[in-house]
Design a protein around this ligand. Sequence first.
Ligand code: C2O
Ligand code: CU
Ligand code: CU
Length: 532
Amino acid sequence: MTGRGRTRREVLGLAGGAAALLAGGCGGTRERTGELVRSAGPLPEPFTTPLPVPRVLEPLRRTADADVHEVVQRVVRVGIVPGRSTEVFGYGGTFPGPTIVSERGRATLVTHVNELPVPTVAHLHGGHTPADSDGFPTDLLLPAGAAAPPAGAGHGGAHHEDPQHGGPRRASTAGDLAAGRREHTYPMQQRAATLWYHDHRMDFTGPAVHRGLFGLHLVRDEEEARLGLPSGAREVPLLIADRSFAEDGSFRYPALDPTMLATPGVQPEFSEGVLGDVVLVNGAAWPVLDVDAARYRFRVLNASNARRYDLRLSPPPPSGPRFVQVGSDGGLLARPVELGSVRLAPGERFDVVVDFARYPVGTEVDLVNGLGDGGSAQVLRFRVVRRARDDSTVPARLSEVEVLAESAAVRTREFRFSRGGPGQPHWVLGGRPYDPARVDADPVLGQVERWRLRSDVHHPVHVHLDPFQVVRRGSRRRGPWDGGWKDTVDVRPGEVVEVLVRFTDHAGRFVLHCHNLEHEDMMMMANFQTRA
Ligand code: C2O
Ligand code: CU
Ligand code: CU
């Protein structure tokens, strides 16, 4: 929505008071589910900070068939806004966490070490992972030295009364507790894909991810390597997350309990979701990236708690496609798909190629968000700085992608994502608040099922263990952003999205939930138990 003609001054002006006016109190727009938290302190000048790229984590050691990693979760201070530091929870002491790179077929073992003041749960989003390593919400990793979960904390132990969640909560299922460290085994028997890891603690995922607990995890394989897609410095992750800042430089998150130890949830006016007015890419506010006039591959992740984006290039290239999508959540598409914009809800990933050779050297190309206003309409600036040689290609055939047949579905299940009724928590799934002890679905491994995902407002629905294929949105075929294997799909207001799921290999208990993290924490989650 930032027109190509708008000057920088106008853009910046809008990021101030006008933005607040525009954004304030209009949680009712159908494109946005959430309420804006306003920044109070000084903000950086847009497009002055060079885009940081998270470091790639070196394994502690490599065995014959596995890479062994350790990630220490700790409190660190980072510089995001001028003259202030921001306290974050950092995987590996950085924000975002380091990028883990796996090779298909070679196991990755990650030991998480918790040096934070709160319990955590590490989940690999998109991972085809055995249940005991997946990061079930009650499989708490307690801080080193802690003997038991803090009194009253979520479902780790004690009962507690909580009006927002509808009375006493069942604590029948203390999960698998560990203190100090926990090893996760990722077999990596899965296609090359853009995965990410993030906190998943029962009731407290929103504040934990907001505080910094997320990072990228790439799976590579030979099929992908053979394609000749842009690589090296021209393969760039873009981890997008909105935040707001307090006067002292800290992140503003409207938690009921800022210690994140006892009472879950956010102040009631933010129950729809927490939106920020500053867009961070790889941890920097509105950064800038100098690019060659050549093709780039961007691994775009929406790591925001609740914000959806419609990413556009401004100005668009004078000719040719804006974005060429080569992959989705679950890896490569069969063929590249041209997209005018990249629309992504929390949790979704798009693997896209942009060809900057179509712009004259010297052009500034902004990545803007058509669903934002003020600060949230700006994302990143590319400066096309030099002509350069480009040996990359985007082949017309990318991958052999199995297409699940609707006729193969052995049964249909419906999952309804809606507001809770009287006496219920704010958000429920199938009319019921999440109960870690209940089995809500029991699919058989290897069988195709049709899942109908029904919504009231926007809910990005995420399923663990295996990706799915979208077949239908309402009465229409699937939409332009639904291609390939997905593990998160944006279900729009009043819509039914039909997907085909097929779980394989790992019998056990997994979750599906809304990936608007405030909805998830306020009980919009369910369990499925896969069986042989
Ligand atoms: Cu990205 Cu169940 O999470
Ligand atoms: Cu996940
Ligand atoms: Cu939701």
